[in-house]
Design a protein around this ligand. Structure first.
Ligand SMILES: C[S@@+](CC[C@H](N)C(=O)[O-])C[C@H]1O[C@@H](n2cnc3c(N)ncnc32)[C@H](O)[C@@H]1O
Length: 244
């Protein structure tokens, strides 16, 4: 697996302390089907995979990061979840799924149109005829697509030991590729770390044409997880689709 954009995920415990409590997307993703087999793509530490299993779904969580999967396994020894290390652009299972999800803006880790299409090809091969595929990606806007010279304060959080971490970031926007490179500085009382990640932004128009070309029919597009219909200035693009 050749993925060199995973630095943010090397310390899964830290990632979980910072982002693992997010639940705003639960209502939407967890209610797309009432039962069946679910594939959670780029599942991370199982933020969404775990409630799917707790709700009685049969679940596979696939992620590229060993660290994220190790923590996911530790958290769920009592649940029948299969954790698989793999690439969303090239996976194979001997079964099809009722629901495939890719949450947490993980779609933005696909940095080229080819990568996006490879992922969609794999999803298509693994979706049952009546199956649903749903994912979210940030809606490109002026406030996202920008270059900043200096570090700006983003937020604070408490790490697993209870220490407060201050998070600062700066970003560089490549308008040709629609890729933003973020540099994140995390500051503890006694040390600090620097981390880089690249994320691609895709407009709704581009996304719709990509999905159409890959053989998907969009059944619903929301602009946030409160299920507001998508509009130009929505913060997110939340797409629910099925096979054509
Ligand atoms: C922002 S996290 C989201 C995790 C989870 N979906 C959630 O909503 O909490 C992105 C995840 O995508 C994974 N990832 C990035 N590129 C990937 C790829 N090509 N194949 C599989 N996983 C990938 C990372 O390892 C990371 O766990």
């Amino acid at each position: 697996m050749d993925i060199n954009n995973l630095q943010e995920y090397e310390d899964a415990l830290l990632y979980d302390a910072e982002y693992g409590h997010y639940t705003k997307d639960y209502d939407l993703f967890l209610n797309l089907k009432s039962q069946g087999a679910v594939l959670d793509l780029a599942c991370g530490t199982g933020r969404l995979t775990i409630p799917f299993a707790q709700n009685g779904f049969w679940v596979i969580g696939l992620d590229a990061s060993q660290s994220m999967l190790d923590l996911a396994r530790q958290k769920t020894s009592d649940l029948p979840i299969q954790w698989v290390q793999g690439d969303v652009r090239a996976f194979h299972f001997d079964q099809k799924f009722d629901l495939i999800v890719m949450a947490g803006n993980a779609f933005q880790a696909l940095l080229t149109k080819e990568d996006q299409l490879q992922m969609l090809k794999c999803v298509k091969e693994h979706l049952k005829p009546e199956g649903t595929f749903a994912f979210n990606t940030r809606n490109p806007s002026e406030s996202e697509l920008k270059t900043t010279e200096d570090f700006e304060w983003w937020h604070d959080f408490q790490d697993a030991t209870g220490e407060t971490v201050q998070v600062f970031g700066k970003q560089n926007y490549d308008a040709l590729e629609n890729i933003v490179t973020y540099t994140t500085k995390r500051i503890w009382p006694n040390h600090e770390t620097l981390c880089k990640i690249q994320l691609r932004f895709t407009s709704y128009r581009e996304l719709a044409s990509l999905l159409e070309g890959a053989g998907f029919l969009i059944t619903q597009v929301y602009g946030d997880f409160e299920k507001q219909l998508f509009a130009k200035d929505s913060p997110s693009i939340v797409v629910v689709c099925q096979l054509k």
